[in-house]
Design a protein around this ligand. Structure first.
Ligand code: AMP
Ligand code: MG
Length: 681
C-alpha cells in the first residue's frame, strides 16, 4: 500500500506528507518504507513488481489518489470516456523532477481551455499562474465537483483542489504518470481497478486510508502508520470479503476500495392514470379482488438516498445489502474453556497446557502443537492448531495439565467463520423496513451506510361542513373531527410521514385548493368523508372531474364506497367519513398500498386462527371486520357493530375477519384474528 505525495523531495529525513509504502506478505507487515521522491518511488515499484512477477506471486498495489476524475473530464481532454486515455494524457504533459514539477502550470493550462476559472483551483506557488484561481471566490467548474464515490466518502477532498492541507489534486496529477508508465512497462501483467478485469498478476487499486483510520499512535508518522494498517487490513480479508469490496462498477471515475457501492439514486416513474380502474361489469368488488388490483397497479414512488446505518431504523432498504465481512469473521470459541485439535476419543483425557491464552480481540500469536491445549475465552479467534474447545466446567486443571472425559467431536464449542452470515451474501433484501435487530446484523457484517427510500409522505384531510376541532366550541349539528388525529397517528405508526392538511368544508373550490396544496407536499393523500356518490360528496365529484377517479364499491363491512384517484399525479384514497369505516379501510386497503408505494412491498397482515368467544350469523356476499380483542385465548368482539361506535375501535386490540360467504360462528369455532400490531401499529 502506498501513500502518495504531489510535493517535492525534502531530503533523507522521514517526514509526514511524503511517499510511504508498506508491504504485507502472508499477513506480516514489513517495515514501512520512506520514499523521498517520486523517482525513487517509481524505481522501487518497478523493482517490486519485477521481483514478485519473477517469484510467480500476485500483488495488490494500492495508491491513495483517485484513478479517475469526475465524469466528463476524460472526454473533454481526450475525446473518449476512457480514464486510461487520461492517464496517457497526463503522462505526456506532466514534467517531474525531485525538486520541481509543472503541476500548477498544467492545471492553469487546462483551466484556460475551459475559460480559466476552473475546474482546478488553488495555487501553491508564490508566482501567479494564468488561469489558476487562488481561491474559490471566482471559481467556476464545468465538471461535477465530486466523483460519485466522494459523495459517499465523507471528508474526502476533490481532485480539483491543487494545494492546501489534505488536498489531493496535486497527487493525482503527479501519480497517474508514474502508474501509467508502470502499466505500459509491464503491459499484460497489470490490471487497473475498477476499469479492467482483475485477471492479471498485478492489480492497481485506489485506497483512501483516512476513510477508516484516525490519528496514528504517539510517536508514529501518520502516513507510515496508515499504509501499514491498510495493508494489514486488506491482507486479513478472506477472498470472498475482498471480492465483495472489489465488486463495483465505476466505469469512468474510479472508486475507493472499501466504500460500499449502493444502487444509484433513482426517481421512480409516476403512477399510471388508470391505476385505479377496476374490472368492468363488477358491481360489488370482493375485497381480495380489490386488493389484487392495488397490488398489480401500484409500485414504489419514493426516490432513494444514502444515510448512516445508525440513523436508518424504520427506513426501507432501496437495494439488497451485501455483507462486506463474514459473521463471525474468523472461527472462534463459543465458550470459556480450553482449545486443542479435535476430535477426542472416548474416556479420560489428560493434556498439557501451553503458556498463554486467547481472548476476544486478543488473539494468541503462535501455533498450538498437536496434543496440547490452550486457555481460550468466549469470542477468541481460534489460533492455529485449535479447532475444538472443551467447556471450562468440564475440566480439572492441575500442574499445567487439563483432565476431562471424552469423547468430543471435532469443532465442538466453536463457531465457524461465516456460520451466521458469509461475506458476499445478501444480509437483508431490498424492501426491508429496518428494525433495531437489523441494525445489529448490518453492523456485524461491516455496513455503516445504507441506501434507503425517502420516507413516504402521506397527507391527511378531513372533509365535512359539520366538523370542528376538538377543544373548539361546537354548535348544534357540529361534531369534532375524530378521523384526522386517528389517521395522522396511524400513518406515523405504520412508518410513513404524516402531513396534516387540516379540515376543509364541503365546498368544491376550497377542497380543490386543499388537494392542490396536499399534492405539492405529499406523495399520497388520504381524505375522509365525502367519498360516496351523494350531493355533498365533493371528494368523489372533484376526482371524477379530474378524470382519474374510480368509485370502488367493495363488498366489505364496515365501509361504504372508497374513492380512489389521482390528483396532479398524486394518488388519493378517499376514505369513508365514518371513523370505524375509515380505520378499517385504512388498515385493509390503504396500508398495503402505502407499503407498496413506500418500497417495502405488499405486506399482508399476519393473522391467527383462534377460538371465538362470541356467536354471530352472517349473510353471504361481503367480508366483515369486527372490532375484537383476545382474552383468555379467545377472541371477543365489541358488543355493538354500530359503525358510529368509536369507543369500540378504542376498546378493540385488533379485528376479526369473517370471510365473504355465509357463516354462523358459534363460541369455540375458529376465527381469524388480526391484531392491530399485524398492521404495523
Ligand atoms: P360522509 O362520508 O362525509 O357522508 O360522512 C359519514 C359520516 O361520518 C357522517 O356522519 C359524518 O359526520 C361522519 N364524519 C365524517 N368525517 C368525520 C370526521 N373527520 N370525524 C368524525 N366523524 C366524521
Ligand atoms: Mg361529509
Amino acid at each position: 500500500m502506498v501513500d502518495w505525495s504531489g510535493g517535492n523531495d525534502t531530503g533523507p529525513t522521514p517526514r509526514k506528507d511524503a511517499i510511504w509504502a508498506c508491504i504485507v506478505r502472508n499477513g506480516k507487515a514489513l517495515d514501512p518504507e520512506y520514499l523521498r521522491n517520486r523517482q525513487i518511488a517509481e524505481q522501487r515499484l518497478d523493482a517490486l513488481i519485477r521481483a514478485e512477477l519473477k517469484a510467480g506471486r500476485r500483488l495488490l498495489l494500492g495508491f491513495d489518489f483517485p484513478f479517475g476524475y469526475p465524469c466528463g473530464f476524460a472526454r473533454a481532454m481526450t475525446g473518449t470516456d476512457d480514464p486510461l486515455a487520461l492517464w496517457d494524457w497526463f503522462d505526456q504533459h506532466v514534467e517531474d523532477s525531485p525538486k520541481a514539477n509543472n503541476r500548477f502550470d498544467l492545471a492553469g493550462r487546462i483551466n484556460l481551455q475551459f475559460g480559466g476559472r476552473g475546474p482546478f483551483w488553488m495555487n501553491g506557488l508564490r508566482r501567479d499562474i494564468d488561469g489558476l484561481p487562488r481561491t474559490k471566490s471566482d471559481y467556476s467548474n464545468p465538471f461535477p465537483n465530486r466523483r460519485a464515490v466522494e459523495t459517499l466518502a465523507k471528508g474526502s477532498f476533490t481532485c480539483w483542489q491543487m494545494a492546501g492541507v489534505g488536498a489531493v489534486g496535486g497527487q493525482v496529477m503527479m501519480g497517474l504518470p508514474v502508474l501509467n508508465r508502470l502499466r505500459h512497462r509491464f503491459a499484460g501483467q497489470i490490471s487497473v481497478w475498477p476499469f479492467e478485469p482483475l485477471d492479471k498478476p498485478v492489480s492497481f487499486v485506489e485506497i483512501w486510508p483516512s476513510l477508516t483510520l484516525g490519528a496514528p499512535p504517539e510517536g508514529r508518522i501518520k502516513d507510515d502508520w496508515q499504509v501499514e494498517q491498510v495493508a494489514l487490513t486488506l491482507s486479513g480479508l478472506t477472498e470472498q470479503e475482498l471480492d465483495a469490496q472489489l465488486n463495483v462498477s465505476a466505469a469512468e471515475e474510479g472508486w475507493i476500495l472499501g466504500v460500499p457501492q449502493d444502487k444509484p439514486n433513482v426517481t421512480p416513474p409516476p403512477l399510471r392514470n388508470d391505476c385505479f380502474a377496476l374490472p368492468a361489469g363488477v358491481n360489488w368488488t370482493p375485497v381480495d379482488e380489490a386488493l389484487a388490483c392495488l397490488r398489480d397497479r401500484l409500485h414504489p414512488i419514493t426516490a432513494s438516498e444514502t444515510m448512516a446505518l445508525t440513523k436508518a431504523c424504520g427506513r426501507v432498504l432501496a437495494g439488497d445489502v451485501v455483507a462486506r465481512r463474514s459473521n463471525p469473521p474468523q472461527p472462534n470459541t463459543a465458550v470459556d474453556g480450553y482449545g486443542f485439535a479435535g476430535p477426542v476419543a472416548d474416556g479420560p483425557q489428560i493434556m498439557p497446557l501451553i503458556d498463554g491464552r486467547a481472548a476476544a480481540g486478543i488473539p494468541f500469536d503462535g501455533d498450538v502443537p498437536e496434543g496440547r491445549a490452550l486457555r481460550v475465552l468466549t469470542g477468541a479467534a481460534l489460533p492455529a492448531g485449535v479447532d475444538t474447545v472443551i467447556l471450562e466446567e468440564d475440566v480439572t486443571v492441575k500442574d499445567g495439565h487439563i483432565a476431562f472425559l471424552g469423547p468430543l467431536k471435532k469443532g465442538a464449542n466453536t463457531r465457524r467463520a461465516g456460520e451466521d452470515v458469509a461475506a458476499g451474501d445478501v444480509a437483508l433484501a431490498a424492501g426491508r423496513r429496518l428494525t433495531p435487530a437489523d441494525l445489529a446484523l448490518l453492523s456485524a457484517v461491516g455496513i455503516a451506510e445504507v441506501n434507503v427510500r425517502k420516507p413516504l409522505r402521506v397527507a391527511v384531510v378531513s372533509t365535512g361542513d359539520e366538523l370542528v376541532e376538538a377543544g373548539e366550541s361546537a354548535g348544534p349539528g357540529q361534531i369534532f373531527d375524530a378521523n384526522r388525529p386517528m389517521l395522522l397517528s396511524l400513518i406515523e405508526r405504520m412508518g410513513f410521514v404524516p402531513v396534516d392538511m387540516g379540515r376543509v368544508s364541503d365546498d368544491r373550490d376550497a377542497l380543490r385548493n386543499r388537494l392542490d396544496q396536499a399534492a405539492e407536499q405529499a406523495d399520497v393523500i388520504l381524505t375522509s368523508g365525502g367519498a360516496s356518490a351523494g350531493d355533498e360528496d365533493h371528494v368523489s365529484a372533484l376526482l371524477r372531474q379530474a378524470g382519474a377517479m374510480q368509485h370502488w364499491r367493495i363488498a366489505l363491512k364496515p365501509g361504504r364506497p372508497l374513492a380512489l384517484g389521482l390528483w396532479s399525479g398524486v394518488p388519493v384514497f378517499g376514505l369513508p367519513g365514518n371513523p370505524v369505516a375509515a380505520m378499517v379501510c385504512t388498515l385493509i386497503f390503504a396500508r398495503p398500498a402505502l407499503g407498496l408505494m413506500s418500497g417495502e412491498g405488499w405486506a399482508e397482515p399476519q393473522g391467527f386462527e383462534v377460538p371465538a368467544a362470541f356467536e354471530k350469523r352472517k349473510k353471504p356476499g361481503r367480508r366483515e371486520y369486527l372490532r375484537a380483542r383476545m382474552r383468555d385465548g379467545r377472541a371477543e368482539v365489541f358488543h355493538s357493530e354500530g359503525s358510529g361506535r368509536i369507543s369500540g375501535l378504542s376498546w378493540a386490540e385488533g379485528l376479526v375477519e369473517i370471510e365473504d360467504g355465509a357463516r354462523h360462528v358459534k363460541p369455540g369455532d375458529m376465527v381469524r384474528f388480526l391484531p392491530y400490531g399485524s398492521f404495523g401499529l
